[in-house]
Design a protein around this ligand. Sequence first.
Ligand code: HQG
Length: 183
Amino acid sequence: MNDKNKKRISKFLSLILRHNPGKIGLELDENGWADINELITKANKRNVRFSKESLEDIVETNDKKRFAFNDDKTKIRANQGHSITTIDLKLESLEPPAYLYHGTVGKFMSAIKTNGLQKMSRQHVHLTNELETAVKVGSRRGQAIILNIRAKDMHDKGYTFYQSENGVWLTDAVPAEFIAFKN
Ligand code: HQG
């Protein structure tokens, strides 16, 4: 499968496995897993064609490791980024590093200064320990602004952090007092 096709299928999988399985009449279980054969058949009916081998290729080579198989490779799910509120990935809570980054843009800054970081339409606020990743995430929307979050401090005050299988740090909300604003 060429890169363009892989990207197209990967975007389709993000839509189906994170946001709208009903679009192809698929159901995810309570932990977000989809049956692979059912996914392939139902996608095929809507003219999105891929094989089990191409799914394996996508899971392995996806730039952000967005998807994972279960142990016997009968099921697939998205590692993070869901908007479906009933899905529980059963992530284990983990102590974060002292600081984590969040990449955003200027137009959100006054709201963030007032309300802190909110999960908006996803299940969690997404944070990273890599500056470069935060820059990329922010740059999707314009000139990136990088916020420094006092994650360990939050954790010590009782806030829970999780790490998804692809290394993204997740938490429910970041109150403004834990964000270092430069101005
Ligand atoms: C902003 C992609 C106003 C927040 C990326 C962000 C990432 C607020 C936007 C992953 C706010 C939400 C997640 C507040 C936060 N008021 N705006 N109080 N609090 N915001 O897409 O972190 O390619 O839901 O700064 O690469 O941008 O999909 O979150 O700009 O890893 O795998 O509201 O999604 O990964 O946007 O991105 P998002 P995000 P994938």
